[in-house]
Design a protein around this ligand. Sequence first.
Ligand code: HEC
Length: 282
Amino acid sequence: MKLPTIGAAVLAAAMTLAAGHLTAQSPPQQTPAQDDSEKEIERYRQMLSDPFSNPGFLAVDRGEALWAEKRGPKNVSLEGCDLGEGAGKLEGAFAKLPRYFADSDKVMDTEQRLLWCMEKLQHLDTKDVVARRFSGPGRASDMEDLTAFIANKSSGMKIEPQLGHAKEIEMAAVGEELFYRRGGVMDFSCATCHAEDGKRIRLQGLPNLSVKGATAQATMASWPTYRVSQSALRTMQHRLWDCYRQQRWPVPEYASDSLTALTLFLQAQAAGGEIAVPSIKR
Ligand code: HEC
């Protein structure tokens, strides 16, 4: 990716402006306060979503370099990795993930497939890679960077869930089951927070992911995203990890089949959504 990156300073300025505006303006008399906040939140989102100041593209660039870097005892790059469209073919691959792979006889999402390729092609010990699954201050994540790079190669394309193979159908059904499965100390499911229109926790709108269509499309088409509040690019693996935490359930294992199942279900809800990634969010 060769987008100029202006970086954090511009972003911080934009945020300060947006935040100032949020607090400084009193709502017009005739509009209900709720509508007014929605409008202002939307303005704030628009200010954040300028691709020329989205640090998420730095992750895309790092991912591109990592993809081509020879690593592991075999000293080979990931360029021979088949993400479903043929070895090394990246265009449109992300739009169809998770999907079934005959060589592993499994439905895999992007991260599972990447780990598989690292192990099978590069003979890389992925312990360190998994330990750095989520980036932190001064600690990059190969998985976030590679996923950002791969996902970006499907930008402008439509989400195309793969439901032709029996295992894909099964996986999507398991994902749906997980979405509605209540449990944990609060007896919450995903649906507790994501199955009604117009729900909100503080200033965060909660997308209704229980129905197919525009909301699910816009949501799924915008991941991976650069999270301004975390100063990091995040993928669906992190989003679901964080939502399980909010749900007060034990956090799921990274790149586990349950997350792939949920992701496939959500992609099916979002079929046809036009991918624009990495996006930038709160
Ligand atoms: C206790 C409420 C709660 C539960 C339960 C919950 N989430 Fe969330 N979810 C949130 C909040 C809050 C956000 C938005 C966070 C933000 O904007 O910072 C969110 C965001 C998301 C997003 C990204 C939305 C976007 O606009 O990009 C997805 C996808 C998602 N959740 C899926 C799930 C799934 C799947 C589950 C079940 C495993 C789940 N959530 C359970 C509260 C919840």
